[in-house]
Design a protein around this ligand. Structure first.
Ligand SMILES: Nc1ncnc2c1ncn2[C@@H]1O[C@H](COP(=O)(O)OP(=O)(O)OP(=O)(O)O)[C@@H](O)[C@H]1O
Ligand SMILES: [Mg+2]
Length: 209
């Protein structure tokens, strides 16, 4: 909690300076429009990432105070936003199925779920990651499918338990955090994987009554 508090200040500074940098880049436009455009694009990415971190920090604060309320939100729209903001619209990731899928939940918490799962899928070095949105009779389903390195049974088991990582800089907490966040939404997560073929992470949300 203290860490979250102390993060807020440097993040505000970061966002402020990103804004100033953007203004500087705009003033460069008449001399070197190409460079200026590129600079603006980079600055925009920095600003958006810092803004997202700021939202996360704020959200943590609210959650710990118990004031965060669930809202009606569109999972497709949220996944699109995470893809764009956090993964710079990387073309490896594609979205398919329904164009809109409403659930009740916390935008920030579900954003963290998408961020973790897209990151995991990309870390598996796939050619493709497909996120499929479906509405079944009594559940709302999101599948995050990759054709990356896959996992054997033992690895799936360890990964779901938490505290297990095969990555140099991994914490091994991503999947257990997702399970926890989804649990608070009455949703569940299941992982199916075949070594050397790929992985499918299936999220199931209760339908709206
Ligand atoms: N889509 C996937 N394909 C292959 N292996 C995966 C996939 N998702 C998870 N794993 C395996 O499960 C392990 C645990 O994943 P988890 O997200 O919990 O932690 P991490 O990704 O290692 O660390 P962090 O989330 O902090 O970056 C990973 O290290 C990886 O071995
Ligand atoms: Mg992870």
């Amino acid at each position: 909690m203290e860490l979250v508090h102390d993060l807020a200040n440097p993040l505000t500074v970061l966002m402020g300076y990103a804004g100033l940098l953007k203004q500087e880049a705009e003033s460069l436009a008449k001399y070197d429009p190409k460079k200026a455009e590129q600079l603006m694009e980079f600055t925009d990415i920095v600003a958006r990432s810092a803004g997202y971190c700021h939202h996360l920090a704020e959200n943590w604060r609210k959650v710990s105070k118990g004031t965060e309320n669930f809202v009606e939100l569109d999972l497709v729209d949220l996944a699109k936003e995470i893809h764009r903001v956090m993964f710079y619209s990387k073309p490896t990731i594609t979205l398919s199925g329904l164009d809109e899928l409403m659930v009740r939940g916390s935008r920030m918490e579900l954003a963290r779920v998408f961020q973790n799962l897209m990151r995991n899928a990309l870390d598996a070095e796939p050619k493709r990651v497909e996120i499929v949105f479906e509405k079944l009779e009594d559940e709302v389903v999101v599948r995050i499918r990759d054709n990356g390195e896959g996992m054997d049974e033992t690895t799936i088991h360890r990964a779901m338990k938490g505290g297990f990582t095969t990555k140099e800089h991994g914490t091994g907490l991503g999947l257990s955090i997702c399970r926890h966040l989804l649990g608070a939404h009455g949703a569940s997560i299941a992982v199916e994987s075949v070594k050397s073929e790929g992985t499918e992470v299936r999220l199931s949300f209760p339908t709206q009554s």
